[in-house]
Design a protein around this ligand. Structure first.
Ligand code: NAP
Length: 329
């Protein structure tokens, strides 16, 4: 029977599917396995089911002599060396689509949380500071008639836009390719990045981490935003320059921020962002619902099983691998 290594305990439904088709080894514990543990386990494995916290680099891939698939249980795949995998003829797959609603819900939740100062309000009540109703207590910001600027109107960005419509917001978006169909269907307006930054009351990031998007929101971009604006990031931490964000938040360049993702995860206890009141922080839980995480794990398991059976899996993010594999046979 072929072998599969999974770097963390995933949903039972997915494990069952994999166990029916392979000899499965699962890394126990909640933290990622060490690099040498991954290497040890993939030496004779045909499938690797990985999570976004596993850095699957060329060295690891080199040790997977029999590996046919790396199935990432995430839509982002910036943790995998795609070139190295492609060279070796290994499929790399992700889990697009099944997490859009959960991630858009989270983006909207933290947008509302920062606009309505929910963490501050919660600790205000718990700490016994609430002495009575007051007309000026914890005033936040309306959403109605405000402009939401979406950077990356892909699967998740589009779902965020649909939610914003229900909150009576105006929506503009920026991405390299204009999408006329979505402009009509959702009711969004295409603008340049510069314009988006200067007119938006809320800027929400939904781009993949690539060489173009790394640090795309830095000092210059934050300075272009309104002093009353909020930045929401549920994409990848490295898209935002955190030092510049700290400065913008403390110097009043922008009003607030809400982050689900960070430059270094977990966030360091001495990260100065932790001390600020005008920021909402969640621990990378965009897709963290029971139903969504199950769907993601099952999709990764289905892709793995297909590859084990010499079928072409769905959700391949390195399509060039098909050519490599064809040339090999
Ligand atoms: P997607 O459907 O591929 O959408 C990505 C969007 O980003 C596309 O509209 C794309 O536009 C745009 N984009 C690419 N490069 C850009 C650039 N340089 N400037 C501006 N826009 C750019 O991806 P998705 O499924 O929505 O996921 C987006 C990202 O969210 C993932 O890659 C992942 O990193 C993150 N994510 C985070 C969580 C979490 O737990 N917080 C959960 C899920 C996903 P074009 O079509 O024009 O290229």
């Amino acid at each position: 029977m072929k072998k599969v290594y999974i770097t963390r305990q995933i949903a039972e439904e997915a494990l069952k599917l994999l166990r029916e088709n392979a000899n499965v080894t699962v890394h126990s514990g909640t933290l990622p396995p060490k690099k040498n543990e991954i290497i040890k386990n993939i030496r004779d494995a045909h499938g690797l089911v990985a999570l976004l916290t596993d850095q699957i680099d060329a060295e690891i891939i080199d040790h997977g002599k029999q590996l046919t698939i790396i199935a990432n249980v995430a839509v982002g795949y910036d943790n995998i060396d795609l070139e190295a995998a492609t060279r070796k003829g290994i499929y790399v797959t992700n889990t697009p689509g099944v997490l859009d609603d959960a991630t858009a819900d989270l983006a909207f939740t933290i947008l509302l949380a920062v606009a309505r100062r929910i963490p501050e309000a919660d600790s205000f009540v718990r700490s016994g500071q609430w002495k009575g109703w007051s007309p000026n207590l914890l005033l936040g910001s309306d959403l109605r008639d405000k402009t939401l600027g979406i950077i990356g109107l892909g699967r998740i960005g589009s779902e965020v836009a649909k939610r914003a419509k229900c909150f009576k917001m105006k929506i503009v978006y920026y991405q390299p390719q204009r999408d006329l169909e979505k402009e009509t269907n959702i009711g969004v307006r295409y603008v340049s990045l510069e314009e988006l930054l200067s007119i938006s009351d809320f800027v929400s990031l939904h781009v993949p981490l690539t060489s173009e998007t790394r640090s795309m929101i830095s000092r210059r971009e934050l300075n272009k935003m309104k002093k009353t604006a909020y930045l929401i990031n549920t994409s990848r931490g490295q898209v935002v320059d955190e030092e510049a964000l700290y400065e913008a938040l403390t110097e009043g360049e922008i009003k607030g921020a809400a982050l689900d993702v960070y430059d270094k995860e977990p966030i360091s206890p001495d990260n100065p962002l932790l001390k600020l009141k005008n920021i909402v922080l969640t621990p990378h839980i965009g897709s963290a619902t029971l139903e969504t995480r199950t769907r993601m794990a099952v999709l990764a398991a289905e892709n793995t099983v297909k590859a084990l059976k010499n079928e072409i899996p769905s959700c391949i993010v390195n399509p060039q691998v098909l050519e490599h594999r064809k040339n090999k046979t």
